[in-house]
Design a binder for this molecule. Structure first.
Ligand SMILES: Cc1cc2nc3c(=O)[nH]c(=O)nc-3n(C[C@H](O)[C@H](O)[C@H](O)COP(=O)(O)O)c2cc1C
Length: 347
């Protein structure tokens, strides 16, 4: 039994990845907990009241551990009108977009979520997008909460360990959804998991968790062989009946192969991997002009919502990892977990 399993009192070294934007549901987290893996609530984009309701639902369901994942705000300034105006013309429905959140409002939202984690004594908390503030790390650790940082390079993993994280989730370039990179601009943060894991294991002393393109026992065994102590799985759980992903999103994942995903910042202002669609192709030449996250996300929200309502995947953010070629049908959380134990002795 490795340190990850011991510290989290888990049977299987598997984490159901937090997937913000309505994809992670309490049904998904409950089924993950029932299946003996770590379930993850995704607090990104959720109002604190909704997060509170979700924490209550999953806490009432089982005594098993679950984690809450939190987006750590960056230092982005409010965009200037001259940068916003060209996007108002390009993005259909942008006139219905909400107001941009100031950095103070983003921190307020973050701290309200941390207060809930403390109040409900959530036992595991993970952070993505930035290093969490020192004070928050100290507060949570004092209450016995286990902390996991997310990183995409060895340098980021070392910073996460120095910040006091108990474990680090390494996101390979294969991963679906937003890139966790927070030292963007320093070299190339798109590193494949095969090279990322052993280099990170050599550089830090905390348990390393592997994320990106791991869909079944083969990926799990490879990650464990590279000295990761657990894996974090996103896209396969997105395809489950318990997921809140739109049917068109699921359908596109089933129809597509690994080479049909790409990293884009056109939807949210932050790099994320998804299945290529018309919005990405038609606006590729404007990538350099995107508004900083989360402002581009706010501006494109009405467009994405309208696309969802009209079942038009050409303008949805179809987040998915490079492993989609092996995902052939809608499943359940239990079926996904079972694919990790297909070979005797896999977990
Ligand atoms: C739709 C979607 C939403 C995601 N949302 C989050 C999130 O809210 N927080 C987070 O830390 N990671 C998020 N991720 C990234 C996952 O934690 C993980 O790195 C990734 O799913 C692993 O790659 P895979 O999708 O190939 O399994 C998301 C991934 C996807 C596919």
């Amino acid at each position: 039994m490795n340190r990850f399993l011991k510290r989290l009192s888990l049977e299987k070294p598997i984490i159901q990845a937090p997937m913000a934007g309505g994809i992670t549901t309490t049904e998904m987290v409950k089924a993950a907990m029932d299946g003996g893996i770590l379930g993850s609530l995704a607090s990104g984009y959720l109002a604190p009241d909704t997060l509170e309701e979700q924490i209550r639902i999953v806490s009432d369901h089982s005594k098993r551990l679950f984690q809450v994942n939190v987006f750590v705000p960056g230092g982005e300034k409010m965009p200037k009108d001259e940068d916003v105006d060209p996007w108002k013309e390009k993005v259909p429905g942008s006139q219905h977009a909400g107001t941009f959140m100031t950095i103070e409002e983003q921190w307020d939202d973050f701290y309200r979520k941390i207060d809930l984690i403390l109040h409900y004594k959530v036992r595991v908390c993970s952070f993505t997008f930035q290093l969490p503030p020192v004070k928050v790390v100290q507060q949570l650790k004092k209450e016995g909460c286990l902390l996991m940082g997310t990183a995409s390079t060895v340098k980021e993993a070392v910073l996460m360990e120095e910040r006091g994280m108990d474990m680090v989730c390494m996101q390979g370039s294969e991963a679906g959804g937003h890139r966790a990179a927070f030292l963007d601009g320093e070299g190339d943060s798109s590193i494949g998991l095969m090279t990322l894991i052993p280099q990170t294991v050599d550089a830090v002393s905390i348990p390393v968790i592997a994320a990106g393109g791991i869909n079944d026992h083969r990926g799990l065994n490879a990650a464990l062989a590279l000295s990761a102590e657990a894996v974090q799985i996103g896209t396969p759980f997105l395809l489950c009946r318990e997921s809140g992903a739109h049917p068109s999103h699921k359908r596109r994942i089933i129809e597509s192969s690994g080479e049909e995903t790409r990293v884009t910042s056109l939807f949210t202002g932050k790099k994320a991997r998804g299945i290529v669609n018309d919005w990405m192709v038609n606006n590729e030449r404007f990538e350099h002009m995107v508004l900083p996250y989360p402002h581009q996300h706010v501006l494109t929200k009405p467009m994405r919502q309208a696309a969802t309502q009209s079942e038009d995947p050409s303008r949805m953010s179809l987040w998915a990892g490079q492993g989609i070629g092996t995902l052939q049908r809608e499943t359940t959380v239990k079926e996904v977990i079972d694919t990790f134990v297909e070979l005797e002795g896999s977990v």
